[in-house]
Write a protein that binds this ligand. Structure first.
Ligand SMILES: O=C(O)CCC(=O)C(=O)O
Length: 301
């Protein structure tokens, strides 16, 4: 494993590796550990990186299925195996890849991937009762060198219309070593997220109900993100960004208050980062109605 100080790690043009003291590694958890120990670690860390919760082979089979749908779109390098997910160096033409992506979002194959038994059974145990999977589910591929990455945010900003007992599952669909720009977590940031949310709640108190739950209301930044400048945030909040070499089969659960972002895919061989992020909650709790439809580019969330 390369030392963190030699990694070239950037996000939206900002370099994270200039301050090695502001970088650390995520702590892994074994899904077979006793539930009370896992729950205590989630409370303490704001996340659980569950190693090998899913079958590696099944995850890799879904990666192949996913990229296989793009065979005629120009997304993949000619003559390569879809399972490898190697991006073509030529620019995509005609917007076909985008069309295919949003067809996959509505597909039975993707739905069943997100409802793997190992996952929902774990969530049932973790939430202490029947779990519900939000219909709005996001799946993203990132090509090496893509200029924009997910900025720092916590998920409740987009889900204020329902329960706070939400759990996001971020699932790498394929291996995502640090250089491929997986999720990075601001250490111990769930307490910070709670504080920010309290501040927004009082600032938003006088807004009409629809606006109050909006990630884009007048009291929020344009995107709902806290910042794109991750190194500056690490200094401002005096914390480290935690990175990880994710492997196919891993699942990361994070709380709706945990601040996270993504980094640039710097894979030298053109390998695309593929991941899905989906949200579970107790079925009996209030559900944010805005998340009851499939993800679409114009859903305003
Ligand atoms: O995969 C990404 O770039 C962002 C994912 C995310 O924000 C999430 O899992 O909540």
């Amino acid at each position: 494993m390369p030392s963190l100080s030699v990694l070239s790690l950037t996000s939206n043009g900002y370099r994270l590796d200039d301050s090695p003291a502001r970088l650390g590694r995520l702590t892994a958890s074994d899904p077979a550990e006793p539930l009370d120990r896992l729950a205590a670690r989630y409370e303490e860390q704001g996340y659980l990186w569950l190693k090998g919760l899913l079958s590696r082979d099944e995850v890799l089979a879904f990666r192949r299925y996913f990229f296989g749908q793009f065979a005629t779109t120009g997304l993949l390098a000619p003559g390569t195996d879809p399972g490898d997910g190697i991006a073509s160096s030529a620019p995509e033409a005609g917007g076909n890849a985008r069309k295919v992506l949003f067809e996959i979002v509505r597909s039975a194959a993707y739905e069943s991937f997100c409802l793997k038994q190992q996952l929902w059974m774990f969530l049932d145990r973790f939430l202490g009762g029947m779990s519900y999977l939000h219909k709005r589910k996001l799946i993203r591929y990132t090509k090496p060198g893509d200029a924009s990455s997910t900025g720092a945010h916590y998920d409740l900003v987009y889900l204020r219309g329902g329960t706070r007992r939400l759990v996001t599952a971020w699932i790498p669909v394929g291996d995502v070593p640090v250089r491929m720009g997986g999720l990075v977590y601001l250490e111990g940031s769930h307490s910070l997220g709670r504080r920010l949310e309290d501040e927004f709640a009082s600032a938003n108190a006088d807004l009409p109900p629809d606006e109050r739950v909006s990630a884009f209301n007048r009291n929020m930044s344009e995107t709902g993100w806290i910042s794109k400048n991750l190194p500056e945030m690490a200094e401002r909040f005096d914390r480290r960004w935690l990175v990880a070499d994710y492997e196919a089969g891993d699942v990361v659960l994070h709380s709706p208050y945990t601040i996270h972002a993504a980094t640039t895919n710097a894979d030298p061989h053109g390998v695309m980062r593929l991941s899905t992020d989906i949200r579970y909650q107790p079925v009996a709790d209030d559900i944010d109605a805005r998340w009851s439809s499939h993800w679409s580019p114009d859903d305003g969330l």
